[in-house]
Design a protein around this ligand. Structure first.
Ligand code: EPZ
Length: 427
């Protein structure tokens, strides 16, 4: 079993370059099937979610050509069938974006029910509401979601909840629907805007992405394009918090500072210094960590995907911080792992009361999801002694080359492969 082994105590110093946004690329790669053409995608992050999506595309008959470390050409001219099987889709929730893009391509799609991180119920009722409003018939049987339409017609859709996934999936299905589609109460995250820009570069007609209302005029054909993915807001935020949590001084390069404003605001309130440049941001800390209250909200609020990382830093703040999860039902499971390291956290539903302690101690812990894993890495860097992190596959789904990047910043961290149980005895 692979683990991260972290020796705590080092302050992170130096420069780190941020990769392409995971939550943008996992929508943009499925979106390529909307054209029977070639797309060149640049600034692709080196993460396992991307590899899985390439396998799904190849399973459908697309061809992938690696042009360099961060650029691929995807040819979707010939797809054999509009199906993403359980075997292909089970490792990642975002495979359900093929529902919207295959519907948009050929008016039908069959995709396995989504998997993904485990922090509460993750319904898809809003996705289905959108597809049905456009004229698709959606059924679920045998673990597969099947969507089929004689004709997709533009519609006025009001989402009951702000949902990144539903906004993306319905946008994908609507770009070729006949007439005007209006989406209201939509998500406004940077990756929503990035997908809309990508689709428009393919010939779509989408306006208002990043605001509360998106208007889509259906077009008949989408063509191939060349497009560069935006930098990852959450990867950047994670290194910002890691720098502030370890009293470091780090220049984080290839970022869009505007996407980081809510994170910057909270780090400054915690006593860190943040300096913004055109496409980089510097975070350093000399003063003690001050308590800060956090409430996660859809963009432009504080990102839920930064909640665990911020809480990790606040475990050693002066005073007590209140962290409220405003997006997910149950995104506090990771706090049990922080408590194994000496953190003092009381959780009541969506609220965590984090009483600052003078130190954390290294311990064996488990990543319960992608961002929880990042939080445990930060806590391990802050702790005295050694922290062993299991289930690191979650972390590697969304953070490219994270060990190399942290070691380059002075962290003492390595990935080991531990043979356990009967295997160990047999060897
Ligand atoms: C996306 O998940 C992200 N994943 C998540 O990031 C992120 O936490 C989330 O958006 C919120 O920003 C990807 O982009 C691949 P939602 P998604 O639909 O789309 C409810 C990470 O760490 N809801 O915006 O699944 C839902 O229960 C991952 O990178 C419905 O009720 O999230 C939740 O309470 C983890 N019905 C809220 O909306 C629906 O049909 C927001 O969910 C859909 C969602």
């Amino acid at each position: 079993m692979e683990k991260f082994v972290v020796q705590g105590g080092a302050s992170l110093r130096g420069e780190v370059t941020i990769g392409g946004a995971k939550n943008a690329v996992v929508a943009i790669i499925p979106a390529t099937v909307l054209a029977k053409d070639r797309c060149v995608i640049e600034n692709i992050p080196n993460i396992s979610d991307v590899t899985n999506l390439f396998h799904i595309l190849e399973g459908m008959g697309a061809t992938i050509r690696i042009l360099n470390k961060t650029t691929v050409e995807i040819d979707t001219t010939h797809l054999v069938e509009p199906t993403v099987t359980y075997e292909m889709a089970r490792q990642m929730r975002a495979s359900y974006y093929f529902l919207g893009s295959l519907l948009g391509r050929c008016n039908e799609a069959s995709v396995s029910m989504p998997g993904g991180c485990d922090f509460g119920v993750r319904p898809i009722d809003q996705h289905i509401k959108g597809f049905e409003a456009l004229g698709a018939n959606v059924t679920i049987d045998g673990g597969m979601i099947n969507a089929k339409a004689d004709l997709l017609l533009g519609s006025h859709i009001y989402f009951d909840v702000v949902s990144v996934g539903a906004t993306i999936n319905v946008m994908l299905a609507a770009v070729k629907a006949k007439g005007l589609t209006i989406l209201e109460n939509v998500a406004k995250e940077p990756h929503i805007v990035d997908l809309a820009n990508f689709l428009n570069s393919m010939g779509a007609d989408i306006r208002g992405a990043g605001t509360d209302v998106i208007k889509i005029h259906g077009v008949d054909i989408l063509h191939g394009t060349t497009y560069s993915i935006i930098p990852d807001q959450i990867e950047a935020g994670t290194y910002m918090v890691a720098a502030a949590a370890t009293y470091g001084d780090v220049l984080i390069k290839n970022v869009i500072p505007k996407h980081l404003e809510s994170i910057t605001d909270k780090l400054v309130k915690s006593g860190a210094e943040v300096i913004e440049y055109d496409d980089s941001i510097r975070v350093r800390r000399e003063a003690p960590i001050e308590k800060v209250n956090i409430k996660t909200m859809p963009h432009p609020g504080f990102p839920t995907d930064m909640q665990p990382q911020m809480t990790a830093m606040l475990t050693m703040a002066q005073g007590t911080s209140i962290v409220t999860e405003g997006v997910w039902d149950n995104r506090m499971r990771y706090t049990d792992e922080l408590k194994r390291m000496g953190a003092k956290i009381q959780v009541d539903g969506k609220v965590a009361v984090v009483e600052g302690v003078p130190s954390l101690s290294g311990a064996p812990v488990k990543a319960t999801d992608l961002r929880a894993g990042a939080a445990l890495l930060i806590a391990g860097l802050m702790a005295q002694g050694t922290t062993y992190i299991e289930d690191i596959h979650y972390i590697e789904r969304g953070y490219e080359n994270i060990v190399d990047k942290l070691v380059a910043l002075g962290a003492d961290i390595e990935k080991i492969d531990v043979v356990e149980g009967a295997m160990a005895k047999a060897l």
